[in-house]
Design a binder for this molecule. Sequence first.
Ligand SMILES: [Mn+2]
Length: 307
Amino acid sequence: MHYVTGHKNPDADSVASAIAYAWHLRATGTDPEAEAVLLGEPSKEAAFLLREAGLAQPPILTEFPAGCTLHIVDTSNPAELHGLSGCTIASVVDHHKLSGLTTSEPLTVVVEKVGCTATILNNMITMLGVTIPREVAFLMLGAIISDTLNLTGPTTTELDRQAVQWLAPIAEVEADELAKLQFAAKSDLSGQTPAGIITADSKVFEMGIEKLHIGSHETADPSAALGMIAELKTALAAHVAAQGLTGGLFFIVDILKSEAHLVASDERTQEIASRAYGCTFPNGIAHLPGIVSRKAQMVPPLQALLG
Ligand SMILES: [Mn+2]
């Protein structure tokens, strides 16, 4: 069993990059058995991209079987993966900070400070001088649009722009047109519970004595989430208690206006956020102009404050 996997709560990049990297590993003969898998249900946006690309959803693994070989994309954080004991980690391709992965064998690691893992894979694939299938290019394009908010987010690099230029003709789609469609898919909250919404795109960060849940909902229409803010706060507080965390923050990110609306699980966490972001919480909601990226903008001020 040779699996290529992104993180839990698979988003567009984790799904696209697992599929693209599995293709690369097989095409190069590096790992002819490489097979893309998911560690949970894909996000609405990722499911939309799979459908539009005409690709089947990769199988979902609930744990890594002992003896498997893993290629990891879009994270290197063991907390965002299933238990790794008994697994051999063969490689990592990622664009996040390094956090805690240790291995018993040498491995290949490709980590670059770009907006999306799919951008790194695009460069690895173009170096081969072969053309990827249209469906894979479509997914990769969608992943870059998702992670960089269609090249408007603060983590966007020139390499991401070039990758979009390169992939769009292969995917046979206009990037801006795809962005509009996938942002609509991402914004759709129908059929989701408050608990599902606050955990769908979330990570836990340990900072000093704090263990904080940081969730976000990227949307082209924040009114739906803002209309159920009381339910979302209740779900956030319940999640924090159930997981034994010290607090929780939930950002409703308006991807068209490049701003966020923030709620906290409780007074104490709200106080931490007030100090970190220099904001106030009139009616329990803070307005944060320009804040869209967890990695680049939400986490660093908390880290600086809490250590
Ligand atoms: Mn990513």
